[in-house]
Design a protein around this ligand. Structure first.
Ligand SMILES: Cc1ncc(COP(=O)(O)O)c(C=O)c1O
Length: 592
């Protein structure tokens, strides 16, 4: 019964179920007996509070149905009416702080206690609800309401009461809700995100959650060097989880299928012994920016009851929303972002998240639910202990703190504009570099059909590599260093500025020579993570650096690019074309 939700006695066997007795029980819980003056003063307010709880429940179920058929203007009216009720309830809560403050003051014993305790934060925190930005909740722990509510919090059954910021923190939850809304839209209620202190900790936690000793992991060959190192050097190590790892080249479903078949054959013994196959893919992938046929890879995997983890960092929800794919069988099971990159977008913090279906991420302690873990398969029971929250998140402690979560939230607000600018610059840079026949350009723009199928407006990942056939390594190094300051010499992609790096020496230096070769990375491969500058400044600088350092070895190299006039036109045409398609793609609210 709902009334016990507000009672400090949430025992399994309630003593009373009628309102008057529950209220009396509450007051007695705090030492206020029936028949006293205090009892008589408080009881009318409590009666109304318990009744209000019932009314709020009613509004919730009413709104759920009503919004399905209400006119838009009526939705506006309902939202604002409810929003105002929030202010009214907060006003009541704020008013209640006046007697509470007095009562608190009366309890003060002496100065030392006052210094040590400081202000009682709850009393002053109520107006913070109306901060126009998410509140940075900078605390390790939270005030208890009562033992039963806290017991419920520890079991994941009471969400009002945070316990400890390593487990849940309101600012971080605000970000988690934000990213789920962006990735999942109308289906946001079915998904949940967990935030981590970095992209790597999100990847580590997801793999730790899923992989068991001796399991098998299939990867695409081009992944971020840190992920490669984590998987091969930690998960693959005999004395750790001793997982078997198979990597596939190529980006299409048949490339994956062939690898999948071969893996099953190669590890038939492990599979017979009950070990499982998992798939970890990165798309668009590092360092070339190629996109994979994620829907196809998910479909094949799910048909074989295999779980797919996708690192979607480079895509951001702007370019690809894999969890919004219409066919559920073509969606990954776990989607990972490094917030450090384009989502935060300004290079000011590190963070990461994983998004998955509610029942794979969190079930309250002690409970189990029936799930279809693979589309089209039979229902299966999953217990709370097998959800990611309890299995790894709750105990591992790589939580994203509130200030970082706030930074990411602020960054995401401008994601669309930053990504649009970056994609435009990527197209211009790609076409410019391509115009020089001596440069081998690798980018998602070489995958026109797949881009058209996968990314928003067939826009490219703002990541590419160049191979310039310079033989003299010393000269090559001088050339790369001379690209500064227009091209930033730094490693973290996804900032406002364009950065250039040599993957073999930096982001992918963890890979052996053999792996580098398979990933198509040579010692002189240059990775460009495209930023938001005026692309002509980048191009002008690049051409001059080439004249300075490459022309002496490769005669007239810098003359091989399209003309200055052509590139000025290219910038204009690309800018207009992409903006026109972008605006045309937006649905009009008037025609809904
Ligand atoms: C595609 C991709 N995934 C994950 C990561 C790791 O993220 P973080 O640096 O936040 O740990 C990176 C970092 O460069 C990356 O490029």
């Amino acid at each position: 019964m709902t009334k016990r939700l507000l009672s400090p006695n949430r025992a399994d066997e309630p003593h009373y179920s009628d309102l008057e007795n529950v209220i009396q029980e509450q007051l007695e819980y705090f030492g206020i007996q029936k028949g006293t003056e205090v009892f008589d003063q408080i009881i009318p307010l409590l009666r109304n509070i318990y009744k209000a709880e019932d009314h709020i429940d009613h509004i919730w179920s009413f709104a759920t149905d009503y919004l399905l058929y209400a006119k838009h203007k009526d939705k506006i009216a309902l939202f604002n009416a409810n929003k105002f009720i929030c202010f009214q309830l907060a006003k009541l809560l704020d008013n209640l702080q006046n007697p509470l403050r007095k009562e608190f003051r009366e309890l003060r014993a002496n100065d030392s206690t006052q210094y040590a305790k400081g202000p009682y934060s709850m009393i002053d925190n109520i107006p913070a609800i109306f901060s126009s930005q998410p509140v940075i909740v900078k605390t390790a722990t939270y005030i208890y309401s009562c033992i039963d509510w806290i017991r419920d919090s520890f079991q994941g059954k009471e969400f009002l009461q945070s316990i400890y910021s390593r487990l849940l923190n309101p600012t971080s939850i605000s970000l988690a809700n934000y990213i789920v809304e962006l990735e999942c839209g109308y289906e946001a209620d079915r998904y949940m995100a967990l935030n981590f202190n970095s992209g790597m900790s999100a990847i580590d936690a997801t793999l730790s959650h899923l992989l068991g000793y001796g399991d098998i992991l299939i990867l695409n060959k081009n992944i971020y060097g840190g992920s490669h190192q984590l998987i091969y050097d930690w998960f693959g190590k005999n004395s750790n989880l001793d997982i078997a790892i198979e990597a596939f080249s190529g980006v299409e479903e048949p490339d994956f299928k062939a690898c999948f078949r071969a893996t099953r054959k190669k590890y038939a013994d492990r599979l017979k012994a009950g070990k499982n196959i998992y798939v970890f893919i990165e798309s668009p992938c590092n360092p070339h920016g190629y996109v994979l046929d994620v829907p196809g890879i998910c479909r094949t995997s799910h048909q074989n009851q295999v779980t797919v983890i996708l690192d979607s960092t480079v895509a951001t929800p702007f370019l690809i929303k894999p969890l919004k794919h219409p066919a559920e069988i073509e969606r990954p099971d776990f989607l990972i972002h490094s917030y450090t990159k384009d989502l935060q977008g300004h290079g000011t913090t590190t963070g990461g998240c994983v998004i998955g279906k509610n029942e794979r991420i969190f079930i309250p302690k002690g409970e189990k639910v029936q799930i279809k873990d693979f589309p089209g398969k039979d229902l299966k029971e999953i217990g709370w202990e097998n959800t990611m929250f309890w299995n790894v998140y709750y105990i591992k402690g790589a939580f994203l703190d509130s200030e970082k979560a706030f930074d990411v939230i602020e960054g995401i607000k401008t994601l669309e504009h930053r990504m649009l600018a970056k994609c435009i610059n990527t197209v211009v840079l790609h076409d410019y570099f391509k115009s020089n026949k001596l440069i081998n350009v690798k980018s998602s723009l070489c995958q026109k059909d797949l881009l058209a199928k996968i990314t928003y407006l067939a826009l490219p990942a703002p990541l590419m590599t160049l191979d310039i056939p310079v033989k003299d390594i010393q000269r090559f190094k001088s050339f790369v260093d001379s690209l500064s300051p227009m091209f930033g010499g730094m490693v973290s992609l996804g900032q406002t500025d364009t950065i250039i790096s040599c993957p073999a020496l930096t982001t992918h230096s963890e890979l052996s020579q053999e792996f580098l070769k398979e990933a198509d990375i040579t010692p002189t491969t240059l990775r460009i993570a495209v930023g938001m500058e005026d692309v002509l400044d980048l191009i002008f600088h690049f051409k001059n650096s080439a004249e300075l350092f490459i022309d002496p070895e490769i005669n007239n190299f810098s003359k091989g690019f399209m003309s200055d006039e052509e590139v000025v036109n290219l910038r204009k045409e690309t800018y207009l074309n992409i903006h026109e398609r972008h605006i045309a793609s937006k649905k009009s609210p008037f025609s809904q």
